[in-house]
Design a protein around this ligand. Structure first.
Ligand code: PLP
Length: 406
């Protein structure tokens, strides 16, 4: 018992996978214990909330301040997620976009060039298009999603490659290890948005990617009630991100960080259930006569299923499907009783949204069609409910819309 307690203190303090130097901890244990520190005053089991914005500084090793990204509740979250990702450290932000924008700008300067994957979260596209030119940074979106497409975009001044896999909303994959190797061969830094997979299903830092970012608003928070973001990387890269972060100021307060730390304790349990549910639904929907197509990396029919098996440990809780022609998309969403038509993703509750009306609404129709995003498409964020209940809801909504047109 004493040995176990010592080991827990050790994993909390030293960020090591090594339990008593003999045992490698798995994901549930990391989720529960890493980063969390007990209340030394009252001996409570959970990390106390440190809401101070004013800390003593005389003779202190660290000058603490929420916008210096170094208060205890921020640190607890960083340690937990960094250990899940296999990264040395990280920086916790007030939103996913704060993490993405700060991490990206911390790695480039005027005259540099950035390569971005063709299919990306709309907010990242908007950031790149409006902010990088102001900083004198050039950018290229790849023509396709193959390694050769990234290679073709490399210029002498390319400093950063940014990818996102599985992509939103088509769940297309990019070969993470191959991109990391390509970038290393050219001395280019790599960054990935790992939001859709979560660190439970995919750890790109272990495959060679330098900086891993998440919208923690999604799976890490997992209850649709926290807005946060995080970047995970080496100590060296974190130094540069910290410097920019202090200047841009996208910090998170102690209360939200504490709520996020609590959510992370069940991250593996939640994501495993979401993986299971999404696979069940993807298989059922693929055989459904009112569905034209299902996009899910866990299906044998997904063109990159083999790559998914290679680089993912689970296929995730996100799937996209296309309703058969003639089914009114909006009427179908309105007929759902359990699954909520709702924006965002990654919560314990199942939600659907139409990419053409939400994440990709700002893009013109022709471009959207060229990207393969149709008006019959629905993006499904599968929750932790019981999968047969979710399928029953999807089926009753089909009956309702068919009856309405009969
Ligand atoms: N990355 C992805 C894949 C997202 O879906 C989102 C938000 O929807 C973001 C980043 C941005 O995160 P946030 O809304 O927390 O700024």
């Amino acid at each position: 018992m004493l040995g176990t307690l010592k080991a827990i203190v050790k994993i909390n303090e030293n960020l090591t996978y090594n339990l008593l130097n003999t045992h490698i901890m798995d994901k549930n244990t990391i989720c529960v214990h890493s980063g969390t520190f007990i209340d030394s005053e009252m001996k409570g089991r959970t990390t106390p909330i440190y809401p101070s914005t004013s800390y003593a500084y005389l003779d202190m090793e660290h000058k603490r301040y929420p916008r210096y990204f170094n208060i205890p509740n921020q640190g607890a979250v960083v340690k937990k997620v960094a250990q899940l990702e296999g990264a040395e450290t990280g920086v916790l932000f007030g939103s996913g976009m704060a993490a993405i924008s700060t991490a990206m700008l911390s790695q480039v300067k005027q005259g540099d060039h950035v390569i971005l994957q063709k299919e990306l979260y709309g907010g990242t596209i908007a950031f790149v298009q409006s902010e990088l030119p102001r900083c004198g940074v050039e950018y290229t979106f790849t023509e396709g999603m193959e390694v050769a497409d990234f290679e073709a975009a490399i210029r002498p001044n390319t400093r950063l490659i940014h990818i996102e896999t599985p992509s939103n909303p088509l769940l297309t994959l990019v070969d993470i290890e191959a991109i990391a190797q390509l970038a290393k061969d050219h001395g280019i830094t790599t960054m990935i948005d790992n939001t859709f997979a979560s660190p439970i299903n995919q750890q790109p830092h272990r495959l060679g990617i330098d900086i891993v970012v998440h919208s923690a608003t999604k799976y890490l928070g997992g209850h649709s009630d926290i807005c946060a973001g995080i970047a995970l990387c080496s100590e060296q890269k974190a130094e540069a991100i910290h410097l920019s972060a202090k200047n841009f100021g996208g910090s998170i307060n102690a209360q939200s960080a504490s709520l996020l730390e609590r959510s992370l304790k069940t991250l593996n349990l939640r994501v495993q259930q979401q993986n299971h549910n999404a696979q069940y639904l993807a298989e059922a929907l693929e055989a459904h006569e009112m569905i034209q197509h299902v996009y899910y990396p866990g299906l044998a029919s997904h063109p990159q299923h083999e790559l998914a098996k290679k680089q993912m440990q689970g296929f995730g809780g996100m799937l996209t499907f296309e309703l058969a022609q003639g089914i009114d998309n909006q009427a179908y969403q309105e007929a759902l009783k359990l699954v909520a038509p709702s924006m965002s993703l990654g919560g314990v509750e199942s939600t659907v949204c139409s990419p053409a009306l939400t994440s990709h609404a700002a893009i013109d129709e022709a471009t959207r069609q060229a990207m393969g995003i149709s008006h019959q498409m629905l993006r499904f964020s599968v929750g932790i409910e019981d999968a047969p209940d979710l399928l029953a809801d999807l089926n009753q909504a089909f009956q309702m819309v068919v009856m309405a047109h009969a």
